[in-house]
Design a protein around this ligand. Sequence first.
Ligand code: GLA
Length: 353
Amino acid sequence: MTDSPPNPVAAPFGKTQDGTEVQLYTLTNAHGLQVSITNYGGTITSLLVPDKAGKPGEIVLGFDNVSGYQSPEFRKAGPYFGALIGRYGNRIAKGKFTLDGKEYTLAQNNGENTLHGGKKGFDKVLWQAEPGTSAEGQTLKLSYLSKDGEEGYPGNLTVTVVYTLTADDALKIDYSATTDKATPVNLTNHAYFNLGGGKDVLGHEVTLAADRYNVVDAGLIPTGELRPVQGTPFDFTSPHTIGERIAQVPGGYDHNWVLNSATGQPAATVYEPTTGRTMEVTTTEPGLQFYTGNFLDGTLKGASGQTYGKHAGFCLETQHFPDSPNQPKFPSTILKPGQTLHSTTIYKFGVRQ
Ligand code: GLA
């Protein structure tokens, strides 16, 4: 006899524009948490988490059919709801970098820069999916081969991402990758959280274990300066609501914080006072892009008809720093043949009464 949970349930999630059927895998645990992930883009479409009264509710932005992720409005807005991001999460300046003396030119999709992998990043491809269970809980293993030259990147990159919904109420994401040519890699997930279910996230309290952040230019490319957060609206070393100082940050938060390593603290802690929900993020990554849904403008509507307006959700994208391939002083994002990239991020949920 075994008391391990059954495998995640698979259900049809509609057809892509080229007619391919897509699946939705739903992972559950014994405490009422439930996460749904589609093999299109490895996208988290729904995450139900109990509030302080024990009532599960939706805490991510998403759609109930793959068509939502392929609509003209979604493509135009490009918010990357819940998706796996690669080959390089965040921006590479001018879509160019030099590696081992050779210059590579990438697909440019964010002005002159490359953002989140290029025109067809990992968020827009079909992943091979394998539902299962581990000692920790239900799992979904997703695999993708990014071919040599895809979006301009060198090397055949084999990527595996394992989502686990754990018995202790965490969504764990394990990333691994190997390559046959040196290439930059920076993998993340682009979930937009809203722990309260309200129209915006400005009342959420956020703490970030980061004493410095990456200063960026007008195109959101790092200047190379890692500036202390102290005395600025970027100081979340003690809890602050998202809304408290956001007006002092032109455009809103869309920056990469330099995580304090070896503090043992979570990289981020979020608390939503009306529902009591909490989220703690821990990661092996050195950086955290905290983005407050500044570009959402109400043109997209969610699964139950709610309008996704400005600041309807926030992202905590664990990653290396933006534009690392062009910034020799930043932690390296270059994966070489013979090496295996491993990266783990855990989003742990709870409530405060
Ligand atoms: C990241 C970027 C933002 C924006 C969003 C998607 O968070 O840093 O500038 O592109 O993705 O809209």
